[in-house]
Design a protein. Structure first.
Length: 267
């Protein structure tokens, strides 16, 4: 069967970047078994021939109405599929879906009828907000960074911006490259609309959101940028926990030093 990627270099590049990031997540230990999800809005790379493709699945409900997604196309990691397999064979472990005109349902159009991630309501809700915001963001990533999840087990770190300021203070690059910090969503059952709605509220102020005792979600202009947000925050968490394991509380940068960074980098 001919792949949807054939003769569509930009679409193929988008899927290749997803595969590359999936490999990084597995290598870092952030994607155990089928853990984590990736969705990318690929509508800009869809031509009339793809729009004319028949569905290869039944129509499925999203669970909510997302008015900005009418007619959009997404590449999605498949549910119960492993990141390490997505890295090697993306079109066998993910699929392209089309959002229908009711903005409440979707169908799979290519290459295989691989059902998308169980977190699809949260992911598509994030994409709906990104389109509404008009910032040009196209990617949403959910993963399980070990050190960040560990920090979320401390209630003190779940207060607004406590963890943001701690992580910013560990190394200057974090303040520079993740300038909005880290939003917090208190524990919600995975794959629920409640989790999706709580995440959307936090994305009004942040590009990365911690799901308590679960993982993080990041959005960005592309999947590499979304990954980078999580990567720099995770590095700061590693520095903090390494210092604690050495028997001392790390001093961190002062508020004055962080304000200097904000001015220098026009954050």
């Amino acid at each position: 069967m001919k792949s949807i990627l054939e003769n569509r270099p930009e679409l193929a590049r988008q899927v290749a970047e997803v595969a590359e990031v999936a490999g990084y997540l597995w290598q870092k230990g952030w994607a155990e078994r089928n853990g984590g999800n990736i969705t990318v809005n690929v509508t800009a790379h869809i031509d009339d021939a793809v729009r004319a493709l028949p569905a290869i699945s039944e129509v499925r409900l999203i669970g909510t109405v997302l008015p900005h997604l009418k007619g959009c196309y997404f590449f999605c990691k498949g549910t119960n599929r492993r990141m390490r397999d997505l890295a090697r064979r993306p079109m066998e472990n993910g699929a392209v879906i089309r959002i229908l005109d009711d903005c409440a349902s979707y169908e799979i159009v290519a290459d295989n009828p691989v059902p998308p991630t169980s977190e699809l309501p949260a992911h598509l809700s994030m994409h709906d907000k990104m389109i509404a915001d008009g910032k040009g963001y196209t990617a949403a990533l959910h993963t399980h960074p070990i050190e960040l999840v560990a920090l979320s087990h401390n209630p003190a770190f779940l207060e607004k911006d406590v963890l943001t300021n701690l992580l910013w203070s560990m190394i200057p690059e974090t303040r520079a490259f993740c300038p909005k910090g880290l939003g917090i969503v208190r524990y919600e059952m995975p794959s629920t609309l409640q989790l999706a709605q709580a995440t959307i509220r936090e994305l009004a102020d942040y590009d990365v959101v911690m799901w308590e005792k679960h993982g993080v979600c990041a959005v960005g202009p592309d999947i590499m940028e979304a990954f980078d947000f999580v990567d720099v925050l995770s590095k700061s968490a590693q520095i903090y926990l390494t210092a604690r394991s050495m028997g001392f509380e790390p001093e961190g940068m002062s508020r004055r030093q962080m304000d200097e960074l904000k001015e220098a980098f026009n954050l």
